[in-house]
Design a protein around this ligand. Structure first.
Ligand SMILES: N[C@@H](CCC(=O)N[C@@H](CSC=O)C(=O)NCC(=O)O)C(=O)O
Length: 285
């Protein structure tokens, strides 16, 4: 459970820590970033987890998302995990940007050889937060929210929907909202999972149909100039429609942002809205 500090960087009055630890779920050393706002010097602060997309490490969100701006104002710690195990030496691990390294999809693989370390669901829901709470006692383990981008937006939706009550809120940028029905998701699920019957358990559009955890309030931003939206990799309307079938249509707020693309310029532009959305739930009693 020990962590090593590789760097401490001042950011918006708080500090961004670059950290590593040996993770048993992923079978390798994992890097992650943790932002501690200045309020953490005096009191317990809640935690917001940001899940990155394909090709990302914990650095993309920390360096380009501008989430620390609002997090510092509100007094929220932000955790930026990696998106997959690294260097497991599995054949084909680094052959493509959308499978293997940098593309763990926040699921636990059941298919060999990926099941040896591609356990990003267990890593993000259990091992990493437990490590953080053990090592940073100023973080309140009872107040945790989650959000993410693209593959990570989908990860945030599924982790929230699979674990009612575990996260206080969820939001997403350009999530891959119905992976069973798009090329990125079909490649990942057929590669990581043994059987197609397992896919629905990891697909946010299927999960929201079965949601019984009370009224939803999910914020989703999608840019109208997002090439992956136009290539039908994201399918946010399918998620909205599935939520509506379960009487939760009003609980999914999709904002189509005119002219914005799939890049971190979009995350940075709407960062205050997403951190603000989390803050409303992290500080409500
Ligand atoms: N290289 C790929 C595109 C990869 C890409 O756009 N990754 C996105 C996430 S996509 C969904 O999960 C990303 O966040 N990249 C990192 C960044 O800093 O922008 C291609 O050639 O199409």
């Amino acid at each position: 459970m020990a962590v090593q500090t590789k760097a401490t960087i001042a950011s918006f009055g708080g500090k961004l820590l670059k950290l590593t630890h040996n993770a048993s779920t992923t079978n390798c050393e994992m890097g992650f970033n943790l932002y501690l706002p200045s309020q953490a010097n005096q009191q317990k602060v809640p935690l917001l987890i940001y899940l990155g997309g394909l090709t990302c490490t914990g650095d993309n969100g920390a360096q380009k998302g501008f989430f620390q701006h609002k997090a510092s104002e509100k007094g929220i710690a932000v955790l930026y995990p990696d998106t997959s195990p690294r260097g497991l030496d599995i054949q084909g691990e680094s052959d493509s940007y959308d499978f293997g390294t940098g593309a763990g999809f926040y699921i636990d693989a059941t298919k060999s050889p990926w099941d040896k370390g591609y356990k990003m669901y267990s890593y993000i829901t259990s091992e990493l937060p437990e490590t953080v709470f053990d090592n940073f006692q100023q973080i309140d383990s009872e107040r945790v929210s989650i959000f993410g981008h693209s593959m990570g937006g989908h990860g945030a939706l599924t982790l929230f929907l699979k674990n009612p009550g575990k996260y206080k809120s969820v939001s997403a940028y350009a999530p891959i909202a119905n992976p069973s029905k798009c090329p990125w998701g079909e490649k990942a699920f057929s590669g990581y999972l043994n059987d197609k019957s397992e896919w629905a358990d990891h697909d946010a559009t299927e999960l929201v149909k079965k949601w019984k955890g009370g009224p939803l309030d999910i914020l989703i931003d999608v840019g109208t100039a997002d090439n992956f939206y136009h290539e039908k990799q994201l399918l946010p309307e399918k998620f909205q429609q599935a939520a509506a079938e379960n009487g939760q249509g009003g609980g999914v707020r999709i904002r189509f942002q005119e002219g914005y693309d799939h890049s971190y310029f979009t995350m940075a532009t709407f960062a205050d809205d997403h951190v603000g959305h989390a803050a409303r739930y992290l500080f409500s009693s």
